[in-house]
Ligand binder design. Sequence first.
Ligand code: NAP
Length: 314
Amino acid sequence: MPKPRAKLAKIGPTKSGAARTKTVLFDRVAFIGIGLIGASMALAMRRAGLARSIVGCARRPKTRKTALSLGVVDEATADYADAVTGADLVVIATPVGTNGMIAKAISAHLKPGAIVTDVGSVKQAVVDAVAPHIPKGVHFVPAHPIAGTEHSGPEAGFAELFDRRWTILTPLPRTSPKATAKIADMWRKMGANVANMQPEHHDMVLAITSHLPHLIAYTIVGTAADLGGDLKQEVIKYSASGFRDFTRIAASDPIMWRDIFLNNRDAVLEILQRFTEDLTAMQRVIRKADAKALEESFTRTRAIRCGIIEAKQA
Ligand code: NAP
C-alpha cells in the first residue's frame, strides 16, 4: 500500500501557543499506558493533528472505557501486540518499572521503521531495560516531558499539559538522528520546548528538581500522619499553605513514585546526602540563633524562584 504523504492544513491562531499549521506526522500511534501523560499526549497530538489514528493499551477495562468515552483514543485494547501492530509510533507511558517487560512483549510485533519512545521520569534505567529489546530497523528515542500533576488516569489528561514546558530527549549514540528530529518536532508541535541530554545527566538533574522534593513531601506528610490524636487532627484543620503544598505533592501516584526511586537510586542517594549535610548546617544556624546566616540563606533561595518565574516555568 502506498504511504500517505504528510498532510498540511492551516488552522487559526490558538491561545495556548499550539502550532498554527497541522501536519500529520504518524498514521497510527499506539500508547501503552493511557493515564495522565499518555492521555495528555494523545489529546495534544489531536489538537495539533499529528496522528491519523490513536490506539491505547491498558490493563483495566475501566481505563480503556474512560479513554474511549473521552475521545482520547480511537481504539483500546489490553493486548500489547494488537496495540503496536502497524503503529509507526509507539509511546510507552506506564510506570518505569514496567518498561522493560513491555518492550520485551512488543518487540516481535513492531513495524520495521517504527519509532518507539517513552515518557519515563528516569532515563538511564529505562534505556538499559528497553534498548536491548528494540529490533534492528526500529528506532528508540527516550524522552521525558517535565510536566505533570498529582492526578492519574485518562480522566486527568489535558491537551495543554506540555505547553511551554520542557521535554528532554536522551537519544542513544546509535539512535537515528532522523528519528530523534521527528520526535523533537512532534513535541514542539504539542507545545513543548525540547532539549537533549545524556541519560545519566538527566537523572542527576531530575533527582534535585523533582525526586528529592517528592521524597521530602512524602516524608513530611508521613511525619504528620504519624502524629498522635489531637495534634494530627489540628495539623489537618489548620494546615497552612506550606504543609498544604506538600500534601498535594505527596498525593502523587504511589506506584509511579515507587518505581522512580527504585530506578534512580544512585542519583537520589547522592543528592540526599548533600541535602542532609545542608539540613544539618541549617540546624546549627538555628541552634546558634545566627540571624544573619538565616537571612542570607533565604535571600539566596529567593533568587532561584525569581529565575524560574523569569524563565516562565513557574
Ligand atoms: P498514570 O496516570 O497512573 O497512568 C499509567 C497508565 O499506564 C494507566 O493507563 C494504566 O492503566 C497503565 N498501565 C500501568 N501498568 C501497565 C502495564 N503493565 N501494561 C499496560 N498498561 C499499564 O501515570 P502517568 O502519570 O501517566 O505516568 C506514566 C509515566 O509518565 C511514568 O513513567 C512516569 O514516570 C512518567 N511521567 C509522569 C509525570 C507525572 O507528573 N505524572 C510527569 C512526567 C513523566 P491500567 O492501570 O488500566 O493498566
